[in-house]
Design a protein around this ligand. Structure first.
Ligand code: CUA
Length: 311
């Protein structure tokens, strides 16, 4: 959050430093007054009128004026910061790209609605173009989550049945961490989002590669895996061109993702098979049932096939 990489995050960091400075000052004044109260401990009789006048002065000054001025200063800096994250029309008249992010227990659904018929859907990874504003339309599928990419800005609540909007921009290409910022159940901490900002041309390539049916291959060696998928996975997971369910994460490009289980483990050879075998130990309480009716060999076939789903 203190290493901003976009205008929204920079604004927030600026306000944060301003607040830290100002409140350190306030703290210093309070401590100084407190110490002074110890030092000047002489007993001086004050008339009742004098006491009343002094009290009034402190109440008006310290209780009304000081907080009033403080809040006013914060508003002057804070309101424009919030304003710049609103999804207002751009000066040039063009529409920013829209990316939809939906929070689930405990993973992120990411949709690219501008991609038309072959709508691109992915999970737990958010790829965005660099150097241009992106409007995020966020909501939730079950309970309240919150969308937060500290180095880019946010956070904003993700509510079931309501779409909240926030405009963020990444100034340089790179990978940023995202994290659910609203307690949403036992695996709230394991609700990480891998955010990658890339040059617009690379982003378009990334996106168009995913607009086709998933690259499932047709060689014989994955036949067992594809049958196991149809029988045990297709009721919950979508693989473009193979299955349409939307209960769990879309797996159309799962082999290209950097992590598994919303950041629980890195994607590497054999990772998916391992995840399938022990996911309840890696992420206890996650909503995918244990598939102990499948033997280790089938799980391995399944994992190997899923790893090839890479556009
Ligand atoms: Cu989702 Cu916390």
């Amino acid at each position: 959050m203190l290493d901003p990489s976009g205008p929204a995050a920079r604004d927030i960091a600026f306000v944060w430093w301003g607040m830290l400075t100002f409140f350190t000052l306030v703290f210093g004044v309070v401590v100084a007054l407190w110490l002074a109260a110890f030092r000047r401990h002489e007993h001086r009789e004050r008339s009742e009128g004098e006491v009343r006048r002094l009290s009034r002065r402190w109440i008006i000054g310290g209780g009304l004026l000081l907080p009033g001025v403080t809040i006013l200063v914060l508003l002057v800096f804070g309101v424009p910061v919030g304003q710049r994250m609103l999804t207002l029309p751009l000066p040039g008249g063009e529409d920013p790209r829209v990316i939809e992010v939906i929070g689930h227990q405990w993973w992120w659904e990411v949709r690219y609605p501008d991609t038309g018929d072959g709508e691109v859907v992915t999970a737990n990874q958010l790829v965005m173009p660099v150097g241009e504003p992106v409007d995020f339309h966020v909501s939730a599928g079950d309970v309240i989550h919150a969308f937060w990419i500290p180095r880019l800005g946010g956070k904003i609540d993700m509510l079931p049945g309501r779409v909240n909007r926030i405009r963020l921009q990444a100034d340089q290409p790179g990978v940023f961490g995202g994290q659910c910022a609203e307690f949403c159940g036992t695996q709230h901490a394991h609700m990480k989002l891998y955010v990658e900002a890339m040059p617009p041309a690379d982003f378009d390539t990334w996106l168009s590669a995913r607009q086709a049916p998933a690259n499932v291959g047709d060689d014989e060696q994955h036949q067992v895996a594809r049958e196991a998928f149809a029988q045990h996975c297709a009721q919950c997971h979508r693989v473009a061109g193979v299955s349409q369910a939307t209960v769990g994460p879309d797996l159309s490009d799962v082999g290209s993702r950097p992590t598994l289980g919303a950041g629980v483990m890195a994607m590497e050879d054999g990772a998916i098979a391992r995840w399938l075998a022990v996911h309840q130990r890696l992420k206890p309480g996650n909503l995918m049932p244990v598939h102990d009716q499948l033997d280790a060999e089938t799980l391995e076939d399944l994992g190997n096939w899923l790893e090839t789903l890479n556009p």
